[in-house]
Design a protein around this ligand. Structure first.
Ligand code: LFR
Length: 502
């Protein structure tokens, strides 16, 4: 019998609890619970609804524990494992979410205020202030992190006061604390704070002091695969869970978990695009690249599972399209994508990473604003807006992957697109065309897969390394291949239109 593992996977627009069954060549996910997640604007601040996320997580865990999954054929089960024969219950729970955001606790362990959303305007201008105290090159030398205005360090600097704060916990660590009573800081997510020393793989106390963050707030680092602890009896009882169920640290930054599930073959010289609200575009490296060229190109060196480096850049991603759909009050993406595929190519192009696209709002109007600024006509109808967003993303991927290869001195032969965006056929084809490389699309639920794989290994499943985990993803998940088409010269011309010549 296989292990039954719950992956709590919280994205910026939805959360889900997936039941993963892992063992004897099997790797299967079944959705137990899916729920909305999004910003709540209260007066002038954009928050996450953390209590609802906690409640939905527990409802989802209860459902996952009771979920009985029919065998999907090709039986890879073996009845040798000591699991309950009724096929219910959970062997482990892992939590991953978006990065950089956090909750603050007082000395009684009480939450001080509701966690603020990274797209909130409180960090406007803060980065510039902090950089006057710690110059950007010094910050990069220690943390290796790309400059994004919402990095945790800038959010902490924007807090009114840290006086009453006893403990800083990132979102998955906060939920883990509420489940188990045990505070800690999982390493892959800690690496996104810009307070983490990327080489020693610990908090940079010197940096924390320089930016005025009391070192005592930062909890002990834990590595993916460490058991955090059992579920607190009172919590377990309320939601029908077994209090002996271990909560296990996974790559708690969702992107770290996604990258675990990149179905790359060992021989692959691969890049990945973890495609969702954001597109995280980059390479997996054995060590950080902290050169001036990497800093100038604003590449990040985030911590990966098993000590790998996620050398990548945030590209604004499907967020722009999600916001367009919200403003148009439609969810008929299928029809729009069909029309966009037939719309004229390269009519309107934007730089998706322009700061104008960061905050929630009227994206079609912001695209028009960008067009006005750059002497372009506005897109002619909704399909043209969609085409504009997707072609612009593909261009940004191309540019980012070329920079990554140059700066890291690595050549790639294939681009893996994982996450929700791997289902977007038009975007995958445009990505292959723009990059001039084959795209392998899938799996869709990469972060939940990475989450359960790390749990499975922690519980003794023979998945010794990332290569073994990836081989299992490859044999259990169907991927779709896109070959580059069209004229490379068209993309060269498009790139110099948007970004100037390289
Ligand atoms: C993706 C992601 C990115 C991070 C952004 C904000 O979900 O985790 O990796 O930069 O959200 O936290």
């Amino acid at each position: 019998m296989s292990l039954r593992l719950a992956a709590v996977d919280l994205g910026a627009s939805s959360g889900r609890v997936m039941l993963g069954q892992v063992g004897d060549g099997k790797l299967e996910l079944t959705e137990a619970h899916r729920f909305w997640n999004g910003p709540v604007r209260l007066r002038n601040t954009l928050y996450w609804d953390i209590l609802s996320l906690y409640r939905e997580t527990l409802i989802g865990l209860g459902k996952a524990a009771r979920l009985q999954v029919e065998d999907r054929g090709a039986s890879l089960h073996s009845p040798t494992r000591g699991r309950p024969s009724d096929g219910v219950g959970l062997d482990g729970v892992g939590i991953d979410s978006w990065a950089v955001d956090y909750g603050l606790l007082d000395s009684d362990g009480r939450l001080l205020g509701n966690p603020v959303h990274y797209r909130d305007a409180r960090t406007d201008g803060v980065m510039e202030q902090v950089l006057r105290t710690v110059p950007a090159d010094e910050l990069y030398a220690v943390t290796g992190l790309q400059q994004l205005p919402f990095n945790t360090v800038y959010q902490l600097a924007a807090e009114v006061s840290l006086e009453q704060v006893k403990t800083f916990l990132m979102i998955p660590d906060l939920l883990g604390y509420w489940l188990t009573g045990r505070p800690g800081a999982e390493a892959t997510n800690a690496s996104t704070t810009q307070l983490y020393d990327v080489r020693s793989r610990t908090w940079s106390e010197a940096l924390a002091r320089r930016v005025g963050v009391p070192v005592g707030l930062l909890p002990e680092i834990r590595e993916p695969g460490e058991v955090i602890g059992p579920i607190l009896p009172a919590v377990a009882e309320e939601f029908g869970l077994d209090p002996a169920t271990p909560v296990i640290a996974v790559g708690s930054h969702d992107t770290a978990s996604s990258v675990v599930a990149v179905p790359a073959a060992e021989s692959d010289r691969f890049a990945y695009i973890s495609s969702g609200t954001w597109s995280l575009v980059g390479l997996e490296l054995p060590a950080p690249v902290l050169t001036e060229a990497a800093r100038q190109a604003n590449f990040t060196n985030e911590g990966g599972v098993d000590g790998r480096t996620r050398f990548l850049k945030n590209v604004m991603g499907l967020w722009i399209l999600q916001e367009c759909l919200r403003v148009w009050a439609t969810d008929d993406l299928v029809q729009l994508l069909k029309e966009a595929a037939a719309a004229p190519a390269f009519a309107v192009l934007v730089d998706p990473d322009d700061p104008v696209f960061l905050a929630p709002g009227n994206m079609p109007a912001r695209i028009e604003e960008f067009c006005a600024r750059t002497g372009q006509e506005r897109p002619a109808g909704r399909a043209a807006y969609v085409r504009c967003v997707l072609e612009s993303l593909a261009l940004a991927y191309r540019r980012t992957l070329r920079q990554a290869q140059d700066v890291a001195g690595r050549e790639i032969e294939v681009v893996h697109v994982i996450g929700g965006g791997s289902q977007n056929e038009l975007l995958c084809q445009l990505t292959a065309d723009a990059c001039g490389l084959p795209v392998l699309a899938g799996p869709v639920e990469a972060s939940a897969l990475g989450n359960v794989l790390v749990q499975a290994r922690a519980l003794g499943e023979p998945l010794p390394d990332l290569a073994a985990m990836r081989a299992l993803v490859r044999t259990t998940h169907r991927l779709r291949r896109y070959e580059p088409q069209g004229k490379p010269a068209d993309w060269d011309a498009a790139e110099s239109r948007v970004f100037g010549t390289r």
